[in-house]
Design a protein around this ligand. Structure first.
Ligand SMILES: O=C(O)c1ccccc1N[C@@H]1O[C@H](COP(=O)(O)O)[C@@H](O)[C@H]1O
Length: 215
């Protein structure tokens, strides 16, 4: 069976069409202001309204408070929230209960010990997302979307009781190896289908999704 792909940081009708027509299972809109992929509520809403019901619309947020989440959800039709900040399990549970949306919690990974953190989220998140933790030497790193990978061997032979995704520096060139090594059946990527940060390339999106169907 083909792997499931989320294309994150969709910010144009062209990139959205490439993702939807290419078979992405999820698309992500980025609401983190420091990101080159940041979208206003109005821009995201206009795109989100055109997404077919077969594709999940994910809102990527980083440590937003309840008021900001409520404002976002009132403006943009979203099917899932991606929590990509330092939300602890209590906060994840509170967001899920209050806003009644499925939540995906990002877990930053650099070393084997980082995976242990995932256990605390199993009871409160609907999905886990393993992303590369930026090294301390990386100045001005974002919480994600940095086009860096972690050692995929850390995931080898591992599984969790909730669906989990692999992310961090995935591209059409390394996807097959990343999937083969990690065993991931769901992947998420932003930078790897761009020409520069924030500029999606529809041809790269299509190529990536074509490849994903063969894995
Ligand atoms: O993409 C961003 O700008 C971003 C900003 C803040 C938090 C997360 C972000 N993106 C997520 O990061 C991972 C990896 O991205 P990449 O493929 O290495 O560019 C992915 O899950 C995005 O959803």
């Amino acid at each position: 069976m083909a792997i499931e792909v989320k294309i994150c940081g969709i910010n144009s009708a062209e990139s959205l069409a490439a993702a939807v027509e290419g078979g992405a299972g999820l698309i992500g809109f980025n609401f983190y202001r420091r990101s080159p992929r940041f979208l206003t509520h109005d821009a995201a809403a206009a795109l989100a309204r055109t997404v077919p019901a077969t594709v999940k619309r994910v809102g990527l947020i980083v440590d937003l408070d309840n008021e900001a989440i409520a404002t976002l959800l009132a403006a943009v039709p979203l099917d899932m929230l991606q929590l990509h900040g330092s939300e602890d399990p209590t906060r994840v549970a509170a967001i899920r209960a209050r806003f009644r949306k499925p939540v995906m919690k990002a877990i930053p990974v650099a070393r084997a010990e980082d995976l242990a953190v995932a256990d605390a989220y199993l009871a409160v998140a609907d999905r886990l997302l393993f992303d590369a933790k930026p090294p301390p030497s990386m100045k001005d790193a974002l919480p994600g979307g940095n086009a860096i990978s972690f050692d995929w061997r850390l995931l080898q032979g591992r599984d969790w009781s909730k669906p989990w995704m692999l992310s961090g520096g995935l591209t059409p060139d390394n996807l097959a190896e990343a999937v083969a090594i990690s065993g991931a059946r769901r992947v998420d990527l932003a930078s790897g289908v761009e020409d520069r940060p924030g500029l999606k390339n529809p041809a790269k999106i299509r190529a990536l999704l074509d490849l994903a169907k063969t894995l």
